[in-house]
Unconditional design. Structure first.
Length: 289
């Protein structure tokens, strides 16, 4: 499942749902949580279900739904409404640990059976750093956690949870706690064997800032990014797609090791390479993970 770009779409907005049909995002996230006020939760739920039923078969984008937090009064109703053929995944907000993903997976087991869907066809992307407890349990994500498609992180809810005035320093850089959240997301995703998806860039008019954020995220190891506006998608897709030069270099690395199958290290264009370089090259070519 390709997740370079995951575009949030408020599920209670008919206009925004219609606009999302033309998006080039790898995944659309029909949002039932923060983008929807309490009075409209039911309407949003019904609209998300109708959108999946009407459009999933013809869309190239994978359809996800961000449900309300698992311990909320809305979560089970959300799941009952949207787990149907065409649903690719659930984004789970405000997780406390991987145990929440396991609980959600059990719910999905039953709902998939009810809907005559293939077992474990609905994947899960947790927003893994939105609570204080979550920051202390990031080591709980392992390859044994069921249904994981990726892991993402967030700073806004975490700052609210700890009572911070802002999640940024006076110079605009992220405060240390949120840099830690970013890093823990990378490590948790790597430990679980799934892609790390970077959090959103809030100023959707700031193309230069988004581009810089994407470059930083990709250098650090993120494989995709959340979008909150359709205009962000093309830039995100470009940023997380290997360039022709990167693909050419990766092929040379893979070919060099293939020609020397007993070598642990070798020289290519005057640079010493070892097996981690081969692993990265294979990933660039889409051969691994």
């Amino acid at each position: 499942m390709k997740l370079r770009s995951m575009l949030f779409v408020p599920a209670d907005s008919e206009r925004k749902l219609a606009k999302a049909l033309d998006s080039a995002a790898d995944a659309l996230i029909l949002d039932l949580e923060d983008a929807v006020v309490t009075a409209r939760k039911g309407a949003a739920r019904a609209a998300a279900a109708a959108f999946i039923a009407s459009h999933a078969a013809r869309l190239t984008a994978s359809l996800f739904v961000r449900i309300n937090p698992l311990d909320s009064e809305f979560a089970l109703d959300d799941l009952a409404a949207v787990v149907a053929p065409g649903l690719a995944g659930i984004m789970l907000p405000k997780t406390s640990s991987a145990a929440d993903v396991v609980r959600l997976a059990h719910c999905l087991d039953a709902l998939e059976a009810r809907a005559s869907m293939p077992a474990r066809s609905v994947r899960i992307v947790p927003v893994a750093t939105e609570t204080a407890q979550a920051m202390l349990t990031m080591a709980s994500y392992t390859p044994e956690v069921p249904r994981l498609a990726g892991i993402t992180w967030g700073a806004e809810d975490l700052s609210a949870a700890i009572g911070a005035v802002s999640n940024r320093e006076e110079d605009g850089s992220l405060s240390p706690l949120y840099v830690l959240a970013n890093s823990l997301c990378l490590c948790a995703a790597a430990a679980a064997g799934v892609p790390a998806i970077d959090t959103l860039h809030a100023d959707f008019r700031d193309a230069a800032g988004l581009a810089a954020s994407c470059r930083t995220a990709r250098r650090r190891g993120f494989r995709g990014k959340i979008a909150i506006h359709p205009d962000q998608v093309a830039l995100i897709n470009e940023a997380f797609t290997p360039t022709d030069a990167e693909l050419e270099h990766a092929r040379k690395v893979v070919d060099a090791f293939a020609a020397n199958p007993q070598a642990g290290t070798l020289s290519l264009d005057g640079v010493m390479l070892d097996l981690p370089h081969l692993k990265q090259a294979r990933r660039t070519l889409g051969l691994d993970g």
